[in-house]
Design a protein around this ligand. Structure first.
Ligand SMILES: Nc1nc2c(c(=O)[nH]1)N[C@H]1C(S)=C(S)[C@@H](COP(=O)(O)O)O[C@H]1N2
Ligand SMILES: [Mo]
Length: 447
């Protein structure tokens, strides 16, 4: 088995161990950074003393067949370097993975934990069970007692320091999606209750209690959404997930859920809401989740030549069979998958058996019911005569006929973006077809 990450030296504290206090009783693993510029500076100085292991360049070499695929050594070391209040978080977070997630999750990154469920099971149910719901973390899991919990609402404008960095390299696949029933309150009501918006309030910024490292600097997780989205009751503060209290790993005791937007805006472990006059200047907002045009690559990307992603584009994926599966069949291969659109719902799903020249419509009765901002799972019996390697693909049309050209782009290269964020071109898999309706094949199989 290939090592999940390049060789590295064990971590060793240099000099005196720092101590960054937890300020709130019953809020373990939450260190407030945003209120203390001097403390951030101190952390930055500490970080600059170390030679942290480099990130694995998985784009340029095959992924190891390990689970976790990647361990996240660098991020663990960042936390170890910050002293007693953060150094146990990698272990604590992993404990919650074991406690709250299915044992057969695909752990794409152990720390910060990033994981998705097995593909076949994910699209078998319309509602994704909490144990199977994908997890996307940028830091450790804070342990917040519900009876000690509160959150702050502030505004209007807060100045932000900001210094960015590259992505946490988590090799996500098609399972980073789920559909849950959330219980909570519309953020609009909360803001109204607190006295309503002042003139100039345009974006609502959320702060999460986890610690976020970016290019040698330290932050709390922070993102924002336009107030327009709040106004139409599409931003929820949620405390229940599928009728149960939020699991720790999904943001207990309170998280944001923004319907139709990329997951990054749905801030977990919410402790502060701040109304500001422009999008958040925090690094997750300004330096991550950015779309670049196809001309932008590793050699020339800057944060300012991309634009911020908010609404999810129309997207879909084939979840079974898996890429490179050999399939013995009798002239039909069953495909299953999901379809989603951040601007409404998937209206029509089409699958191709030949790489995308001819498309078949998934029949209406083979798609789950449409629900505003929910995915639709689907299945299709693909007629297959040919044998050997075939390329299956899927594309979806949503209610606004998004995206260009009228549906999803056929090839990844037509809408390629550096970082490959929410890449929405037709998803494709290659399978090896072995057709039993061919007498010669049946004979061969018997042999
Ligand atoms: N505080 C905090 N909130 C966060 C994140 C995070 O790392 N910290 N990750 C975001 C991202 S990028 C996604 S996709 C979703 C994932 O939600 P889930 O882990 O509950 O599936 O949480 C979002 N909210
Ligand atoms: Mo995300």
């Amino acid at each position: 088995m290939a090592p999940a990450e390049p060789n590295h030296k064990p971590f060793q504290i240099q000099g005196e161990e720092p101590y960054f206090a937890e300020e709130r009783e019953g809020w373990k693993g939450y260190v407030e950074w945003e209120n203390y510029p001097e403390k951030k500076k101190q952390a930055q100085q500490i970080l600059s003393k170390y030679d942290f292991p480099v990130p694995p360049e998985f784009q340029f070499e095959p992924l190891p067949k390990t689970n976790p695929i990647l361990e996240g050594i660098r991020w663990k070391y960042y936390h170890y370097a910050m002293g007693p209040t953060l150094k146990d978080l990698p272990d604590i977070s992993w404990k919650y993975v074991q406690k709250e997630k299915s044992p057969d999750m695909i752990h794409v990154l152990q720390f910060p934990y990033n994981g998705e469920p097995p593909r076949d099971r994910l699209v078998k149910t319309k509602i994704t069970p909490n144990e199977d719901f994908f997890v996307r973390n940028h830091g450790g899991v804070p342990e917040i007692d519900a009876d000690k919990f509160f959150f702050e609402v502030e505004g209007l404008i807060h100045e932000y320091p900001g210094d960015g960095d590259e992505l946490i390299n988590a090799p996500w696949a098609e399972g980073a999606i789920g559909n849950a029933r959330w219980t909570g309150v519309s953020l609009k009501k909360v803001i109204k209750y607190c006295g309503g918006l002042k003139d100039g309030g345009k974006h609502v910024e959320f702060f999460g209690a986890d610690t976020y490292f970016k290019k040698g600097s330290i932050y709390n997780y922070a993102v924002s959404v336009p107030y327009r989205k709040v106004k139409i009751h599409e931003v929820m503060l949620a405390w229940d997930m599928n009728g149960k209290p939020l699991p720790r790993i999904h943001g207990y005791p309170l998280r944001v859920v923004v319907f139709g937007f990329i997951g990054a805006r749905s801030c977990k472990w919410l402790y502060k809401i701040n109304v500001i006059g422009q999008p958040s200047l925090a690094p997750v907002q300004m330096k991550e989740y950015i779309y670049y045009t196809p001309q932008i690559g590793k050699h020339n990307n800057t944060y300012s030549n991309g634009f911020s992603i908010q609404t999810m584009p129309v997207s879909s994926a084939i979840m079974t069979p898996l890429n490179h599966d050999p399939i013995i069949h009798d002239g039909r291969i069953k495909l299953t998958g999901w379809a989603f659109s951040g601007s409404g719902w998937p209206e029509r799903v089409e699958v191709g058996g030949d790489g995308g020249s001819i498309w078949y419509e998934v029949p209406f009765e083979k798609m789950s019911k449409k629900v505003y901002y929910a995915w639709r799972v689907w299945e299709y019996e693909m007629p297959v005569d040919a044998e050997g390697w075939l390329e299956f693909c899927v594309r979806t049309w949503d209610n606004a006929l998004n995206a260009s050209p009228l549906t999803q782009p056929t090839y990844v290269r037509s809408a390629w973006n550096w970082d490959l964020h929410v890449t929405s071109s037709a998803h494709r898999i290659k399978v090896y077809s072995i057709n039993r309706t061919k007498p010669a094949t049946t004979k061969r199989l018997k042999q």
